[in-house]
Design a protein around this ligand. Structure first.
Ligand code: LLP
Length: 426
């Protein structure tokens, strides 16, 4: 993989299949995932002892299965995510003594549903992000092993909304409260066997590097014996042309130094877990849409497509940037000409614009001159794409396909009107 991301704003195929063929067979909007990309990203992280996929990034069961078959374990943040992992073939118990927990529930609270499930039916390992969680689990299921999610007092993300550390973040146990948690855990005979820190999503190497020291401080200044350390997720990926890929070797090297130090202090091996979502999934997927109107509003050119923020909320929510390309809708090649355009969706809301910055400021994108019927592809939408979609304006959830060895397979049908209204009572 080269160090920099380079991008072309026109394409004719996705994973070797003509765009037009995919659109005609499966319809638009359509999430198109590539299995080889997901496997490659997982392989990139092989130097970490355990890769725990943060399924909140994309929880389609076919994707979870693919990751399971390729050796990843799973992070779940809700009762339903635990059930998805079970449906994908993950088990509750480790395969054998010393093997990783197949599923870990990481959260700052238990809702009733999650507590009931974990206490009784599916006793998965719990990563506690609050004292109250320790208390509630201790009362219902004393004697379990647990992990503590620590807020190290600082955080960083691609947006303030994805920064999960520091005193404005609700996440994790404040680093100086750890000794109180240990007392509480001991009261319920809960054994703290792991430490976890996740400072934010889409952060950078400088901030990630600071976690090593913070983790070592917590591990060495509190009286416990741990067997697992999780450095969380947060690995960034390049979204813009020219942006760099993170230096994974350097990141692992930093952790290895910390782990060597801790292992010599603790006198036994400690497993290093990493918990990525975005890194594994983001680049594997394109959201394929069709241009349905081409307009000029004063000086501004617009392409309006059939996908909206109901399908991909990241631009309106964070001002997130996704690469965009165009594919011809028929057999004639695209025009050589380009223009600066604003890309909007079908929703009855002004903010339904894919080219916008944080704060809602509309921006433009240099794209090939295109027409109604051509396809517009929102790229790198595999992480926090389909999972954050909604039924706003009664738009159905888009279909999803997974391309593996050149063959596209439907992994989620487009939602129907009947499914959309099935829980309504009238
Ligand atoms: N572990 C924990 C405890 C997390 O809270 C998260 C993300 C991850 C791992 C995975 O982080 P990743 O490797 O994907 O950066 N919706 C936002 C991202 C929110 C992430 C929330 N937690 C977005 O679209 O950018």
């Amino acid at each position: 993989m080269s160090d920099h991301f380079t991008f072309c704003n026109r394409r004719s195929e996705i994973s070797g299949i003509p765009v037009k063929e995919l659109a005609q067979e499966f319809g638009t909007p359509l999430f198109v995932y590539d299995a080889a990309s997901i496997k490659q990203r997982l392989a990139d992280l092989a130097s970490f002892d355990i890769v725990r996929y943060a399924q909140k990034a994309c929880s389609n069961i076919a994707i979870l299965k693919l990751l399971r078959e390729n050796g990843a374990v799973i992070d779940a943040v809700s009762a339903m995510e635990i059930k998805r992992a079970l449906a994908a073939g993950y088990s509750v118990e480790p395969e054998a003594e010393g093997k990783p927990y197949p599923i870990v529930y990481t959260a700052d609270i238990f809702d009733k549903e999650a507590l009931d499930l974990i206490a009784d039916e599916a006793p998965v390992h719990v990563n506690c992000g609050s004292m109250d969680m320790i208390w509630q689990l201790g009362e219902r299921a004393p004697g379990r092993k647990i992990t503590l999610r620590i807020n190290p007092g600082f955080g960083h993300g691609h947006s303030q909304k994805t920064n999960t550390g520091g005193d404005q973040a609700k996440h994790g146990i404040w680093f100086s409260e750890v000794h109180r948690c240990l007392d509480l855990a001991a009261h319920f005979d809960l054994e703290v066997v792991g430490l976890h820190m996740h400072i934010g999503s889409g952060t950078d190497l400088d901030h990630l590097a600071k976690v090593c020291e913070a983790m070592a401080n917590v591990a060495l200044t509190n009286p416990f014996d741990i067997t697992t350390i999780s450095c969380g997720g947060g690995l960034p990926i390049p979204y813009k042309n020219g942006e760099e890929y993170i230096d994974l070797k350097e990141y692992h090297r930093l952790w290895q130094t910390t782990m060597d130090h801790l292992e010599s202090k603790f006198g036994h091996p400690i497993h290093l877990e990493i918990e990525p979502g975005r890194y594994l999934l983001a680049e594997s997927c394109c959201l394929l849409s069709q241009i349905r109107a081409v307009k000029k509003q004063g000086e501004n050119d617009f392409y309006l497509v059939d996908a909206g923020f109901n399908d991909l909320v990241r631009p309106i929510m964070y001002g997130a940037y996704h690469p965009i390309s165009i594919a011809s809708g028929d057999d004639t090649p695209l025009s050589e000409k380009e223009k600066d355009v604003i890309i909007g969706g079908p929703l009855c809301e002004s903010g339904d614009i894919f080219t916008q910055e944080e704060g809602g400021f509309v921006s433009k994108r240099r794209l090939p001159v295109a027409d109604v019927g051509d396809y517009l592809i929102l790229e790198k939408t595999g992480a926090y794409g389909s999972v954050m979609s909604s039924n706003y304006n009664s738009k159905p959830f888009a279909a999803e396909i997974l391309i593996s060895e050149g063959k596209p397979k439907l992994i989620r049908k487009r939602q129907t009107f009947e499914q959309l209204i099935e829980n309504e009572i009238f």
